[in-house]
Design a protein around this ligand. Structure first.
Ligand code: 7UC
Ligand code: FE
Length: 302
């Protein structure tokens, strides 16, 4: 007998099987899962983590969760990390990062226009996040989507000469360029804003090739949004390398476009995927709730 959850949720057996560990995962293959996230227990959460490491992007369909239920699900899967800048927080739930251009009870809540560059969340900190969950709450009437690139696949397909060029190198990541100016910044010098940002988020060095602690895959670890310079080479050499890496990674054949539908909740492996938000056309409303998670693994195996 299968154990159907509340609201006729499909049985847990409806989860797709994991590929055998010796089979290289096929890359970014979004899995649409009809699973009521209110029913997720510890064993199911462990399976979801494993699925997400292997398949990179999970799309949970038909979710109708309260904020509390969303947070409860997130806590089963990992350890929510409140965003380092409080003005992104949901007023009642600091673990929810609000991307929104729609006021709540007449007040500005969260930040509009987030994530419109290729990046991995928190890659400008020493410990980038393991998973990102996004739950759209208000969908624009026109198309809204997120773009992804599987950087493990990119690394696999990187020309050997370029692989050799970047072996052993590290790069510095910083997100200052994407600070969204807030109402309270009026009359403050840009210098002051920059200094404050760097006190809170000084930036981080990571190897250009990172080994995933769960799958053992090697990942090209950089993004045109946040990776600023290669260390240990001349500035000219570093700029040339980054230009080549970004041009290679951002080829259309690597880009997966994930549309948003009512009731979707997305969860992805933030070590392996870089992502990019689509822009909201003028006059359209959009609000989504992100919860960022750590797992129990180190950021990288090597
Ligand atoms: O406003 C944004 O686009 C947020 C970005 C600078 N950071 C997201 C993150 O978690 O790395
Ligand atoms: Fe992001």
């Amino acid at each position: 007998m299968s154990d159907a959850g509340p609201a006729g949720a499909p049985a847990r057996e409806s989860l797709p099987p994991l590929p055998p560990p010796e089979v290289a995962p096929p890359g970014l293959t979004p899995q649409a899962l009809a699973l009521d996230l209110r029913t997720v227990d510890d064993a199911m959460a462990a399976r979801l983590r494993e699925l997400c490491y292997r398949w990179k992007l999970l799309v949970f369909k038909g979710q109708d969760l309260t904020d509390e239920e969303y947070i409860a699900f997130a806590r089963k899967v990992g350890t929510p990390e409140p965003y380092f800048q409080d003005h992104y927080h949901h007023p009642d739930h600091p673990e929810i990062f609000v991307s929104s251009n729609v006021p709540m009870d007449g007040r500005k809540v969260g930040v509009a226009g987030t994530g419109r560059m290729w990046h991995a969340d928190y890659s400008f900190f020493d410990r980038p996040l393991a998973f990102t969950c996004v739950f759209p709450k208000i969908l624009p009437r026109v198309k809204r989507e997120t773009y992804y690139v599987d950087m493990a696949r990119v690394y696999r397909e990187l020309p050997d000469a370029l692989k050799k060029d970047i072996a052993g190198l590290t790069a510095f990541n910083d997100a200052w360029d994407y600070y969204k100016v807030q109402p309270w910044d009026i009359d403050r010098a840009v210098r002051e804003l920059i200094d404050q940002w760097h006190r809170e988020a000084p930036g981080a060095s990571h190897p250009l090739v990172v080994r995933h602690p769960a799958t053992g895959e090697d990942i090209l670890y950089c993004s045109s949004g946040f990776t600023k310079r290669v260390e240990g080479v001349t500035a000219e050499r570093g700029e040339a390398l980054l230009r080549e890496l970004f041009a290679f990674a951002e080829q259309p054949r690597f880009k997966h476009c994930q549309p948003w539908e009512e009731g979707d909740l997305f969860m992805w492996d933030n070590r392996t995927l870089i992502h990019h938000a689509s822009s909201v056309p003028a006059g359209e409303q959009s609000r989504s709730y992100r919860i960022s998670l750590y797992d129990e693994l180190p950021f990288r195996a090597s």
